[in-house]
Ligand binder design. Structure first.
Ligand SMILES: *[C@@H]1O[C@H](CO)[C@@H](O)[C@H](O)[C@H]1NC(C)=O
Ligand SMILES: *[C@@H]1O[C@H](CO)[C@@H](O)[C@H](O)[C@H]1NC(C)=O
Ligand SMILES: *[C@@H]1O[C@H](CO)[C@@H](O)[C@H](O)[C@H]1NC(C)=O
Ligand SMILES: *[C@@H]1O[C@H](CO)[C@@H](O)[C@H](O)[C@H]1NC(C)=O
Ligand SMILES: *[C@@H]1O[C@H](CO)[C@@H](O)[C@H](O)[C@H]1NC(C)=O
Ligand SMILES: *[C@@H]1O[C@H](CO)[C@@H](O)[C@H](O)[C@H]1NC(C)=O
Ligand SMILES: *[C@@H]1O[C@H](CO)[C@@H](O)[C@H](O)[C@H]1NC(C)=O
Ligand SMILES: *[C@@H]1O[C@H](CO)[C@@H](O)[C@H](O)[C@H]1NC(C)=O
Ligand SMILES: *[C@@H]1O[C@H](CO)[C@@H](O)[C@H](O)[C@H]1NC(C)=O
Length: 887
């Protein structure tokens, strides 16, 4: 998606830019000169300032921040007599010896920033860098307004919150003001303050407020921005309303404008008049705004200056792909998610000699990628070495291309040879198209991310993939790949974090070289035909592994996994193999485990009651194995299974009473609306599992955390249904069918107002169906057939929608929908359809499918939230990068 191309910027530009954020008056230039002696009160102010915080090395340990940079304060002498002008991060005025520059970015200071801070004694400061610290959500003290000489104030990424103080407007000499990245919307600014700031700061060249909450700001205040402005970045600010874009584009020096992810920002970006703008705009990001962008106007005015253009998910008017050829300086181009159709405009793109990143994902582009030979050699002259008659370049795309994202389009045909020959390619995403043919060998040896999933590719895994030492992400899932995985040597892929080859036809044994992948967090080999045993190394794998998914393969033997203490495993899915034996007890060490699915195997064990202590276990699936014995045990821990939401023990040989003592404690199933509708899993990997909904097996790609079910069907449970089942208020599905349960249906079931399906069929239940059950207002499917129920069927509400299959084979039931009229004991029971197995709901079938259909729609729209989080993460990386360039 869109942001990936931004991510790529990092790969390209970081080597050329300094990681360290330091001002142009930083100490580094001073070290070689004799330092002036610092004033004792300033030295003591610095020491006291430093001492008012602790230094916490876990802060800002992200690779784009401060990794490998020692906090500058470490070198600060404790000796009072030492010259503070020589300290790292401190700069003094040559003559008077006053501290004029302080660069404490990456100092990893942690603690509250008080308004009485001794920092405010340093009245001569001209530049102050405090990014990458953790001021614990302190408000920005209004005392900052006293630094009247300040030219550069960088408070980004330092965990400030609250209102931006209006006193910032006193800093009329400011050239750079950066308040960005102080957590999402924790910092906010109002129209009054922002207006004062932009009006009074007449020297301002760079204003950065990404992630600052501006939901109350009228964008009209931006009309007051100083004409000195060069960079303006206001992404993710919730800035809404009509932007005076016309004005902004006439700022004569504007080079960089980031307004992305302000979804309510409207207005027309370009004037209808013929006025040409004069700004030398280089970088423009309008990602997911509602500004109307006049595309020909944009090209006309900025064709010689634009280097970075992010117009993903925008309102582009006058789209004309041939105009792209005019963007002669462009290096990063993102036109994702714009519903563009037709062929990819190769003849324009191939003129963009500086292009290093191209993102056309999530459009409606069709057709095949061109083969080089089908191209007119005159058109290819710049990139295609005719004389040597060999392919030295990418052909329809420049040779230097590093990032190519064509995912989520309608492209088909083969992946052409020129694409494999792009030597600098480090990010390739062709997922979710209809590409066919084999995957050929990559000539690039610097692939970092490769996603070819969800196509129609076949053949075996190309060997060049296993030479990609920098590969972190490899997804080849959902294709028709075949061959023996076991022959591949994964051991060079030391940086691999994500590996999925699921949903193919790959066979062979699990290669032991996978055990060498120490960075791996996600391993998904599911839905293939892998044979042999589960490799024991996977248990004692690195502490990094979060997801291990081997479901639906042909693995046999026992589960030889011995889980190490402190492991991170969140999802273990072995469903649908031929695994026997017992569950490894070391699973109790998987304290982060959320999903444990060993269903559809040949496990022969008693109930793993010891799993009750796992504090995060949400899904436990033991379905269709040979688990046996009683599960009606007394919990050993205070809060057994406290987070469990899906408990599927069906089709085993469990016996004894229902686990009343556990029911009493299933806290996560009691609190109906405690959770927002979210999905389990994280950005990269959505937990999926097979669940039984309303009698249908289906694979949920994403598990809604509100989805709660208990399925104990097809066992040998005896005894009564406990009354306290009514406490599990958030249950959506309850299945006790095919057991030997006796006694009445408890009327407490009426409390299960979220229950959508209830199956008590094939038991020995007696008595009447409690009239109170009509209070189960969400109930869509009811099955109490094949019991010994008597008396009138409740009427009203949901009960008017069930047909007679819900009640068949109960000798004593009467009333609607049965033809047996109540009060007449002699009336013969009407013949009803023979109820067979679960799933045979006859009449209700249609309703169920319609209901589920709606579910899919909801799922998709919520899925989007997950998606934007992913974008959000990448956005942070992007901004982190742009901040570094302020240095
Ligand atoms: C360091 O900061 C992290 C993140 O804020 C926190 O979880 C941790 O407890 C801190 N460590 C110390 C020693 O204060
Ligand atoms: C600064 O203010 C904080 C909180 O108001 C207080 O705890 C601290 O003692 C004060 N420090 C000094 C040096 O006055
Ligand atoms: C503007 O800056 C000047 C200093 O140059 C200051 O005296 C004045 O109070 C500021 N005005 C506002 C509205 O902040
Ligand atoms: C955009 O406006 C809608 C409707 O007023 C609101 O629900 C939504 O939160 C706004 N989005 C942002 C990012 O502020
Ligand atoms: C794009 O370039 C072509 C050829 O150089 C030129 O004819 C055309 O006017 C340009 N269009 C714009 C909008 O700049
Ligand atoms: C995208 O393609 C699909 C399938 O061909 C079509 O139904 C849809 O209307 C297209 N959307 C646009 C905006 O062209
Ligand atoms: C190649 O391009 C030239 C000039 O645009 C054109 O005259 C010629 O017909 C083209 N050749 C082919 C094979 O398309
Ligand atoms: C792998 O990445 C490192 C930088 O992280 C780079 O120096 C090295 O050249 C890369 N190796 C290959 C084969 O691309
Ligand atoms: C504006 O942003 C660019 C790109 O990030 C950077 O190189 C330049 O130094 C910035 N200019 C100012 C005045 O901060």
């Amino acid at each position: 998606m869109g942001w990936f191309s931004l991510l790529s910027l990092l790969f390209f530009l970081l080597p050329f830019s300094s990681f360290q954020t330091s001002s142009n008056v930083s100490s580094s230039s001073i070290i070689h000169h004799p330092s002036p002696l610092c004033h004792p009160y300033e030295r003591s102010a610095l020491i006291q300032f430093k001492n008012s915080f602790s230094v916490n090395n876990t802060i800002a340990s992200d690779p784009y921040g401060c990794d490998g940079i020692d906090p500058p304060t470490i070198s600060w002498a404790k000796n009072d007599a030492s010259n503070c002008c020589a300290w790292r991060g401190v700069t003094c005025d040559e003559k008077a010896g006053h501290v004029i520059g302080l660069d404490l970015s990456c100092a990893r200071l942690q603690g509250a920033f008080h308004s009485n801070s001794t920092l405010f004694f340093l009245r001569n400061l001209q530049s102050l860098y405090l990014s990458y610290n953790d001021f614990g959500g302190s408000t920005i003290p209004s005392e900052f307004g006293k630094f009247t000489n300040l030219e550069h104030l960088i408070l980004s990424n330092s965990n400030f919150s609250g209102n931006v103080p209006p006193e910032i407007s006193y800093l009329s000499k400011l050239v750079t003001l950066d308040l960005s990245l102080n957590n999402f919307h924790k910092l906010n600014v109002d129209t009054f303050t922002l207006k004062r700031i932009v009006t009074n700061l007449t020297n301002l060249e760079a204003l950065s407020m990404d992630l600052v909450d501006m939901s109350s700001v009228s964008p009209v205040v931006l009309m007051n921005l100083s004409s000195s402005l060069i960079n303006l970045t206001l992404s993710y600010c919730s800035l809404g309303g009509n932007l005076p874009a016309d004005y902004i584009f006439h700022l004569p020096k504007l080079e960089m404008l980031f307004l992305g992810e302000n979804e309510n920002l409207t207005g027309s970006l370009f004037p209808k008049s013929n006025r040409n703008t004069s700004s030398p705009l280089k970088e423009l990001d309008l990602f997911e705004t509602k500004l109307s962008i006049d595309f020909p106007y944009l090209i006309q005015n900025f064709k010689y200056s634009l280097e970075y253009l992010y117009l993903g998910s925008c309102k582009i008017l006058g789209w004309n792909p041939t105009l792209l050829a005019n963007l002669t300086q462009i290096s990063v181009l993102d036109l994702s998610s714009n519903n563009f159709g037709g062929e990819i405009p190769w003849s324009s793109l191939m003129h963009l000699e500086r292009l290093i990143s191209l993102d056309l994902s999530d459009n409606n582009f069709t057709g095949q990628l061109p083969e080089i030979s089908s191209y007119n050699s005159t058109q290819l002259s710049f990139s295609y070495d005719n004389s040597s008659n060999s392919l030295t370049s990418g052909g329809p795309l420049p040779l230097e291309l590093g990032v190519l994202d064509l995912s989520d389009n309608l492209l088909d045909g083969k992946i052409p040879g020129w694409l494999y020959s792009l030597k600098s390619l480090d990010y390739l995403d062709l997922s979710s198209n209809q590409f066919t043919g084999y995957i050929e060998e990559f000539q690039s040896h610097s692939l970092v991310r490769l996603n070819l999933s969800n196509n129609k590719l076949h053949g075996s895994l190309p060997s060049s993939i296993f030479q990609q030492v920098n590969l972190t992400f490899l997804d080849l899932s959902s294709n028709s790949l075949s061959g023996d995985v076991g022959i591949n040597d994964f051991s060079k892929l030391k940086r691999l974090i994500y590996l999925s080859i699921s949903k193919n036809q790959l066979g062979g044994k699990m290669p032991s070289s996978i055990c060498d992948l120490n960075s791996l967090q996600y391993l998904d080999l599911s839905n293939n035909s892998l044979i042999g045993t589960v490799h024991p190394c996977l248990g004692n794998f690195s502490v990094n592994l979060l997801v291990l998914n081997l479901h639906i393969n042909k693995l046999h033997g026992t589960i030889p996994l011995i889980f190490a203490k402190g492991n991170s495993l969140r999802n273990l899915n072995l469903n649908g193999n031929q695994l026997g034996g017992i569950l490894p007890q070391s699973l109790v060490r998987c304290k982060k485990m959320e999903i444990l699915d060993v269903g559809n195997n040949k496990m022969n064990d008693t109930f793993p009651y010891w799993l009750e202590s796992l504090p995060m276990l949400q899904v436990l699936i033991l379905r269709s194995n040979r688990f046996h014995g009683s599960i009606d045990v007394s919990p050993k821990t205070a809060l057994p299974f406290q987070t469990l939401r899906i408990m599927d023990l069906s089709n085993n040989e469990f016996s004894g009473n229902l686990p009343t003592k556990y029911f009493k404690n299933l806290l996560a199933m009691m609190d109906a609306y405690s959770d927002q509708l979210t999905y389990m899993g994280e950005d990269q990997y959505y937990e999926s599992t097979i669940v039984v909904i309303k009698g249908f097996l289906l694979e949920m790609e994403r598990i809604q955390t509100m989805f709660t079910t208990i399925d104990l069907s097809k066992n040998n449970f005896v005894g009564e249904i406990p009354k306290l089942i009514g406490k599990l208020k958030s249950l959506k599905g309850l299945n006790f069918s095919h057991n030997k349960l006796t006694g009445p249906i408890p009327s407490t079931l009426e409390n299960l107002s979220n229950l959508e399906w209830l199956d008590l069929s094939w038991n020995e239940l007696v008595g009447e169906i409690p009239q109170q059950l009509t209070n189960m207002i969400s109930l869509e499917v009811l099955n109490v057939s094949k019991n010994r129920l008597v008396g009138p069927i409740p009427s009203g509400k949901q009960f008017n929608t069930f047909d007679n299959t819900s009640y068949s084979e109960n000798m004593g039931l009467c009333g609607f929908p049965l033809s047996k009229i109540c009060g007449n004991n002699e009336a013969p029971q009407s013949p009803t359809t023979k109820f067979e197995e679960e799933g045979g709901y006859g009449f209700d079938w249609k309703i169920i499918l319609v209901g589920y259909g709606c579910g899919i729609v909801i799922g998709v729209s919520l899925g989007y939230i997950v998606l934007s989080n992913e974008k959000f993460t990448l956005f942070l990386i992007k901004i982190g990068f742009s901040n570094l360039l302020y240095a």
